[in-house]
Design a protein around this ligand. Sequence first.
Ligand code: DC
Length: 224
Amino acid sequence: MKTTVIAIDGYASTGKSTLSKQLAKHLGYTYVDTGYMFRTIGFLVLQNNWLKNDIIAVTELEKALPALQFSWKEGDNAQMHMALNDLVYGEELRTTEVSNLVSKVAALPAVRAHLLDQQRSLSKASSVVMDGRDIGTVVFPNATHKFFLNAKPEIRAERRYAEMQAKGIPGTLDEVLANVIERDRLDSTRAIAPLVKAQDATEIDTSAMDVEAIFQLLCDHIKA
Ligand code: DC
């Protein structure tokens, strides 16, 4: 079956997931949040005490990887959620602790290789809107449409902080800004699949745009 892939890459907290979700719903495609996949692995590292003195126990993690399988699970209102080994994760993946660790986990070659296979197979059964950092460059270099979202770090931190406050997740605006900047640095400078705009991606600076305006822009590009 020929499926369509829409790749939405970009910096942390640029609105990728909100827009990707909205676009997938609009088009009747499956939404795949690849950040969720990396975050669940970061969460497991913390849960299993594989982080010692700020160093990830890579051997333990690599041994566990083959058993980590993602699948779809039906939730309320027939909504599909991505599960890791049959468990659906939520706000526990959005804590400052996980956010501070996830870029280090995402830089590990074995983790990226394991997730790459699973990300590619997710597009076989249905058309997808997939958001992440390397979707248009590495996971699907031949994606049908590619977008790259950016915004000023201060604006991204404010958006993320407001979200955290609304959900009761602890943390200060300064901590969020520091995390956003550090994650951008780690994600853009890692050796494998760094965060970089694909040459043929449409770049959108979302600093001064609201979600509705960006959504319209994406739809117009796809129609065109
Ligand atoms: O989109 P997010 O903020 O939930 O992603 C969490 C981290 O996962 C991000 O800092 C980098 C990593 N990531 C990645 O390296 N490649 C992807 N395709 C998606 C996320």
